[in-house]
Design a protein around this ligand. Structure first.
Ligand code: FES
Length: 727
């Protein structure tokens, strides 16, 4: 039985771990103690003293509850008249230097200091000395520092160090000259995740993006999901008068710079507002009826002339599950071909849905050791990176890092294996794990850490060679207990795969063949094609040979990723592009259909943990744009389909009926790996580098600050990184 102690807080008795603090025990007892410098995310610090309590039989009058551990049979009072008076004095001292500029402070309404002063009902100050003023700093990108408002709680300093392992901020000077600043008071030069702004209890740190955009009590809040990588962090859109003004982390957990600041792309002036059709070689605005009619006519003509298999569809990892499901259903049941795929399959970690199913990211810190096989994890899946930092800096776990470069993880690692590739590192590490010999000191040290650990989290690179894939499969049984965490760069890749946007699998990894075909034909009330279709690369190669005459691209920009594809796409007889911007690919299209952005629609995503997540609409669609599902639905009906959906919820209902993995999956839950028809199967959902080379189609990798339809249109992100601006 777990070791516990008994503590009484304001007469409520609870049992807690002996390592708990009084503050934690109070939470367990349902008693609120006011705090300012304490935060669940951080180690206790004890700087503000607002959390003081009275401990019976203690020689000290007051004790800070956030830093004091409990004792067995401890009895604590949290709200005696003396405590209330002492807290008032603490607040009075804080206000002595804090500017009372709440009317122009962005934090007003969600300021912990303001709330506490209101709660304790402070009267006029007894201090009449001039307030200490410190010059503000407006020179950093995206973040302003109003230093005079700082209460020196150190939360920003600690979150930057403990959670992000960046350490950009620190206390400088001494005594009443103390302040939080950067080295030599220089502008911030960090990851700009904005976690310091979010955790600041007052308005000392604010974002330029939100400055004077609204008062917090006037904002509407809509929870949704970030679409910048596979982690799928939960976001809260904050809007005023129907327009988003800020994005925060919905779960108060973490957002990277893209998630926090990159949303402004939805307001970019270049958003497509009307359909465009090509007339006389030029794309000109058209009505929805005209654009849809042009698509219907051309697809019918090409289908009748060259057959349904001369048409292909490229889906997206930016669209919702419902939209991906409808896209493959449209291609299969309306167009009549299995030529439907994702170019993003070029970037799937090999074995993602067969061998290396992901564990829960939040639980990385629960393992004894973490083996990171890709040092870029912090850029590719920032939340996974944060959990690795927390594992080391807060839970004191061991980190073995394979990294040929140098980044923050090198400073945290117990051992760094400085190899150019995971393959080279594993070539030395595997024999060391098996025989306990060879490979040099560092490799032996790494092997010892991994062997000793009762459980290991293994971070699998976003893309592996066949050799690395085999090596990792060989590695896993050598460790006591392993959870894999594949890096998944693209946001709803898992959902798009689950929804069968593949030429050889129906939704739920049901292989294209007579059994699955008759099941889906019955459920969709349609005649379906027999044979598996072409992969995305085969479709692109097929354009060159004339096998593919028309392409329908929803939410992807192959020509933007690889300029060489422009010439290939130019050969098409007919190209339809559905997107939110006039991308490089859309510029080549015969019909461009304007889609709504992620902030303007509802639906679901499935993140890399296979967790179903609910997206909600925070703004009305831009211009005449429509959600992708709505466009496909309209088009399908015009092409004679009997499908009918009133909303994405109707589509999800159908998904639940046809995809066993989703049958009882609620938002927030994960579909279990054991249920996958592919678990442990010898299949490869990724398009291997061999296929890429064979088809002579290469697309470039994307890192955190790199190209991308939305990120290149984000004003805030473009100020952070010049390479993000390419259009
Ligand atoms: Fe405990 Fe600040 S909250 S000292």
């Amino acid at each position: 039985m777990e070791n516990t102690v008994t503590v009484t807080i304001d007469g409520v008795t609870v049992k807690v771990k002996p390592t708990a603090t009084i503050l934690e025990a109070a939470k367990a007892a349902g008693v609120r103690i006011p705090v300012l410098c304490a935060d669940d995310k951080l180690h206790p610090y004890g700087s503000c003293r607002i959390c003081i309590v009275e401990v019976e039989k203690s020689p000290r009058k007051f004790t800070p509850s956030c830093t004091t551990p409990v004792n067995d049979n401890m009895s604590v009072k949290t709200m005696s008249p003396d405590l209330i008076e002492a807290r008032k004095r603490i607040l009075e001292l804080l206000l002595n230097n804090h500017p009372l500029d709440c009317p122009i402070c962005d934090k007003a309404g969600s300021c912990q200091l303001q709330d506490l002063v209101h709660e304790y009902g402070l009267g006029p100050s007894r201090f009449h000395e001039p307030k200490r003023t410190v010059a503000p700093s407006y020179h950093s990108k995206v973040i302003d520092r109003e230093v005079s408002r700082c209460v020196l709680c150190g939360k920003c300093v600690r979150v930057c160090r403990e959670q992000n392992a960046v350490g950009e901020l620190a206390f400088t000077r001494r005594g009443d000259k103390s302040k939080v600043s950067t080295d030599f008071d220089q502008p911030l030069d960090c990851e700009f995740c904005g976690e310091c702004v979010e955790i600041c209890p007052v308005g000392a740190l604010t974002t330029k993006q939100f400055k004077y955009k609204g008062r917090t009590w006037n904002l509407d809040r809509t929870t949704s999901v970030c679409n910048y990588c596979g982690c799928g962090c939960r976001t809260s859109y904050e809007s005023r008068l129907g327009r988003i003004v800020r994005v925060k982390s919905a779960a108060r957990n973490y957002l990277c710079s893209k998630g926090r600041f990159g949303w402004d792309a939805v307001h970019h002036p270049d958003r497509l507002a009307t359909p465009l059709v090509r007339v006389g070689g030029e794309l000109v605005p058209a009505t929805w009826d005209e654009a849809i009619a042009m698509v219907v006519t051309n697809l019918h003509v090409i289908k009748n002339k060259k057959g349904a298999d001369s048409i292909g569809g490229l889906g997206s990892v930016r669209t919702t599950n419902e939209e991906s499901y409808l896209f493959q259903k449209f291609m299969r049941s309306v167009v009549g071909t299995n030529n439907v795929d994702l170019l993003a399959r070029l970037k799937i970690p090999k074995g993602l849905d067969t061998d290396f199913f992901s564990g829960e990211i939040r639980k990385i810190g629960g393992h004894d050791a973490v083996l990171v096989l890709d040092g870029d994890v912090g850029e590719l899946n920032p939340f996974t990176g944060i959990e690795i930092v927390r594992a080391v800096s807060q839970n004191y776990k061991k980190l073995v890092l394979v990294n040929s470069g140098f980044n923050k993880f090198n400073r945290l690692a117990s051992v760094v294996l400085d190899y150019l590739t995971p393959e080279a590192a594993l070539t030395d590490l595997l024999p060391a794990l098996k025989t306990g010999k060879g490979g040099g000191d560092r490799v032996m040290q790494a092997a010892a850490i991994l062997k000793e650990a009762n459980s290991v989290a293994v971070i699998i690179p976003g893309r592996t060679t066949d050799k690395e894939y085999a090596q990792i499969k060989e590695l896993l049984p050598l460790l006591k207990s392993v959870t894999t965490y594949p890096i998944v760069r693209r946001s709803n890749l898992q959902g798009a795969l689950d929804m069968g946007v593949m030429p050889d699998y129906y939704p739920g990894y049901q292989k294209v063949g007579p059994d699955a075909m008759s099941k889906f034909a019955g459920s969709w009330n349609a005649v379906l094609p027999d044979d598996p279709g072409l992969t995305s690369l085969e479709m692109l190669a097929g354009i060159k040979t004339g096998k593919i005459a028309a392409l329908y691209i929803m939410g992807d920009d192959p020509a933007g990723s690889d300029k060489g594809l422009k010439d290939i796409l130019d050969k098409l007889e007919f190209l339809v592009v559905q997107d939110i911007f006039l991308t490089e690919t859309a510029k080549l299209a015969d019909v461009v259909l304007p889609a709504s952005s992620i902030a303007e629609k509802t639906g679901t995503f499935t993140n890399l943990e296979r967790r179903l997540q609910q997206l909600n609409r925070a703004e009305e669609p831009h211009g005449e744009s429509r959600p992708d599902w709505d466009i496909l639905h309209t088009l399908a009906k015009k092409m004679g389909s009997s499908m009918h959906y009133a909303s994405p919820a109707d589509i999800l209902k159908e998904i639940r009926a046809t995809v066993p993995l989703y049958a009882d999956l609620d938002a927030g839950s994960v579909w279990p790996r054991e249920r996958s028809p592919l678990a442990g199967a010898d299949v490869d959902l990724s398009l291997s580098s061999d296929t890429v080379m064979k088809n002579d189609v290469i697309t470039s990798d994307r890192l955190l600050f790199s190209s991308g339809t939305m990120i290149t249109r984000s004003k805030e992100i473009s100020t952070l990184c010049r390479t993000a601006v390419e259009v």
